[in-house]
Design a protein around this ligand. Structure first.
Ligand code: AR6
Length: 179
């Protein structure tokens, strides 16, 4: 199990091997973390995303999957673009999509480990524009990362607000995971 750290702050200021971007299937930028990553990282990241779309991912990156690019001007070697699901509202569909949210974390961790990253920083995937409730998003994030078989030794969750940090702290406490 990786060491898990929870911090409040801006993901794009992280000094880690890999930064995970909460992207969308088009991989061509957007708001939230995605906008911040492309703004801070510069045009190289978008150029690489466009190349991926023109070659291996003509239909975009499916929800739950992850793919790496370089990190441009960010203090990282790679950006791992992951696509979380949109919150559908409570009910059966939420249960199905929760698995896709877990997959977004699992696949990002697998890509980071495959690259040989020693550290990876995550935002709270799906918990912004995609509307996933913060407590649920935090539980899925922490439980999935803690269960990862092969993971970088350090996983940092970089939460944008104290409230989100508190949710992650509570989830870790609930699951008995030290941070
Ligand atoms: N550092 C850390 N966390 C941040 C930052 C930042 N710089 N900026 C926002 N957050 P979101 P999603 C938090 O919306 O819900 C985009 O348009 C934010 O407060 O970035 O997966 C994409 O292109 C929230 O807690 O991602 C997609 O279309 C969390 O990061 C769509 O939004 C995730 O919010 C993806 O939506």
């Amino acid at each position: 199990m990786p060491r898990i750290e929870l911090v409040t702050g801006d993901l794009t200021a992280e000094h880690v091997d890999a930064i995970v971007n909460a992207a969308n299937s088009a991989l061509l930028g957007g708001g939230g973390v995605d906008g911040a990553v492309h703004r801070a990282g510069g045009p190289e990241i978008l150029a690489e995303c466009r190349r991926l779309r023109a070659t291996t991912l003509p239909d975009g990156l499916p929800t739950g999957e992850a793919v790496a690019t370089g990190a441009g001007r960010l203090h990282a070697r790679w950006v791992i673009h992951a696509v979380g699901p949109v919150w559908p509202g409570p009910g059966a569909e939420a249960d199905a999509r929760r698995e896709l949210l877990a997959a977004a974390y699992r696949n990002s961790i697998a890509v980071a480990a495959g690259l040989g990253a020693a550290s990876v920083a995550f935002p709270a995937i799906s918990a912004g524009v995609y509307g996933w409730p913060a407590d649920d998003a935090a539980r899925v994030a922490i439980a999935t990362v803690a269960a990862a078989q092969t993971a970088p030794p350090l996983v940092r969750f970089v939460l944008f607000s104290q409230r989100m940090h508190d949710e992650f702290q509570a989830a870790a406490g609930h699951l008995g995971i030290e941070t």
